[in-house]
Design a binder for this molecule. Sequence first.
Ligand code: ZN
Length: 484
Amino acid sequence: MRLLIEKIDALYTCDDRRSVLKHAWIVVENGKIAALGEHDSPDGDFDERIDLSGSIAMPGFVNAHHHFFQTLTRALPRAQRGQLMDWLRVLYPVWSAMSPDDLAAAAAASASELLLTGATTSVDHFYLVPRCDPSYVDAEVAAVRDAGLRLHLVRGSMTAIEGDLEHVLSESLGPRAGGIIDEPGPVLADMRRMIERYHDASDGSMLTVALGPTTPTYDDLGFLRAVAKLAAEAGVGIHMHVHPQDRERALCRKRFGRTPIEVLDGAGILGTRTWLAHATRLDSDDMALLADRGVGVAHCPRMILRLGARIPRIHDMIVSGMRVAVGVDGAASNDSGSMLGEMRLALLLHRLCNGGGEVSPDAWLTPHNVLVMATRVTADLIGRSDIGQITPGFCADITAFDMRGIGFAGARADLLSGLLLAGDDTRASLTMVAGRPLVRDGRLLLHDEHALREKVDRAAERLVAHMTSITGVDYCDFGGQAGH
Ligand SMILES: [Zn+2]
């Protein structure tokens, strides 16, 4: 299969020289980039020619953090006005009732939304596996494979949940909060099984696996050590939510005389194959230690706004030497799974750190910084050396956006700046994975978008009604004391 992509207005390669080619073309052969250049397209026979006049193109985005299952509970009124704990209190019961088929619908929709907005590979941090039932992961893998997205599956775990939630939820849902809290032994065994069954480390792989306790279990360092040992033995990465709260700092100081990041280091969690989601509460010492260990971060700016969290010191992390990537986060703490939308916000949000006016404009990210964060930096964090840039020999994972709309008028001095700062359309004019076009002109080529959405809607409606019958909670009520 030989394919020519031509007449690209500007091609941002993200190669080692960060080359930007004008009036560019790319030759794709057997799923790999074969050649690229500027101006006159090469002669020869091609099975297909794709004309990208008016578009800019770049490597497909690599999404560093997501929870596909949360697509079942987007924009739920009862979960809209609450910080993390309130939000979890509302949503854990609904998530506990999902079936493997519900998850498959959510995964297909999440993967498709990512493809439509330029992502070609995604992490899915799947930490809530009811009753440790392996058929959930099987259902997700099949759905994502069917969508055509490359998947970096983080087989997660949740051996404890926040505060008094286990007690509160178990009263209505049954033991272990309705089966969503894992026992360490069985979940470790399932992690091992998932690596053996699904982890494919070969060049061009469509599915790789990492391990990821959802949050650090400072009460059970033995479990963290076991996860770290298994990951090291299997040669896979580790991914966790880490944003050390004051109570966690106090706990670690009292129990170990160390900071939470030092405790994670002692448990063997920190290394070059580890990346942390959010990292909103790191101080300079934390950053220095994480940088020294080669740990990366998945920055998810919309979650910060959605849950009223603290804005992370992204610019300081980068200065300290940490690798910072971009992720959309779970679909219930974002409500949008738009990768391009997340990149637009990543470009801006960190400037408001500490209330605004505190971050020197010299330290503000540029559009090209954000593009590199969302492509080759994430690829590096998840251990891939075959994706994330448009260079001969790399996988032909490419996305492009049509810049001819009115939203981009006057924003042509640098087309990438135009894409990330102007316009409101996030749909790609082309997304291809391994040389296979999956999106053209903002539409899915393999699936009926409306049918995918309807499937999720039906599952969501049934889940919410079922859980209302058990908990008595009206999930369509906004709660609190809204005015007007
Ligand atoms: Zn998350």
